[in-house]
Write a protein that binds this ligand. Structure first.
Ligand code: C5P
Length: 208
């Protein structure tokens, strides 16, 4: 069984995908991490994330970079969203994601284009979303807990800019697949979002 989980930043898609993987005993790939690694590698190389050549060169990042805690930072998220607009970068990361999806037994992948591009044949497709204020507040709480001093307004502006870039790029833009089930987590706790996601997948498995 392949489960595709797509959605914007801080929608809760990562939490939902991880929990689905644990519940159904499937391996999980956070595809955003691959784009974050490319963004971080461009930075380490002193390159320009908006330059297709520099970004493509960074797709050969060393595997160890995926463990770098710096990949979780807002800065790496911003770089990821800039390198991910280049078609050559998306093509370079595609095979790895498709091989993960098509491994025997199946997998859970979360990202922006899993249901639309990477695994359109997925068994279950979820589009996890939430309002910008709800997502900004979550991100602000996470960052404040880490001792980072940033205003809610700054985070909202950053999220809106990232959404805009992800939704309006020419190649594999963020959008809900026609056959994906929408899960709005604005008013949900992580526990209720996870329970709803499990119920959606179980329903699809049972009734198609
Ligand atoms: O999901 P996460 O916030 O880690 O993703 C970082 C950025 O990587 C996104 O804003 C998006 O631009 C890009 N991305 C993508 N396709 C994916 C996963 C992430 O374009 N499948």
């Amino acid at each position: 069984m392949i489960i595709a989980v797509d959605g914007p930043t801080a929608s809760g898609k990562g939490t939902v995908a991880k929990a689905l993987a644990a519940h159904f005993g499937l391996p999980h790939l956070d595809t955003g991490l691959l784009y974050r690694a490319v963004g971080r590698q461009v930075f380490l190389d002193g390159g320009d994330p908006d330059n297709g050549g520099d970004a493509l060169a960074a797709t050969t990042f060393p595997e160890g970079l995926l463990l770098d805690p710096e990949l979780r930072s807002e800065a790496s998220g911003g770089l990821a969203s800039r390198v991910s607009v280049h078609p050559s970068v998306r093509a370079a990361l595609m095979e790895r994601q498709q091989a993960f999806a098509d491994q025997p037994g199946g997998a859970v992948l979360d990202g922006r284009d899993i249901a639309t591009v990477i695994a359109p044949h997925a068994t279950a497709k979820l589009y996890v979303t939430a309002s910008v204020p709800a997502r900004a507040l979550r991100r602000w709480k996470e960052m404040s807990a880490r001792g980072e001093d940033v205003s809610l307004a700054e985070i909202e502006a950053d999220l809106a800019a990232r959404d805009d870039r992800d939704r309006n790029r020419a190649e594999a833009p963020l959008r809900q697949a026609d056959d994906a089930v929408r899960l709005d987590t604005s008013e949900l706790t992580p526990e209720t979002a996870i329970a709803a996601a499990i119920a959606i997948v179980e329903r699809i498995v049972k009734y198609g």
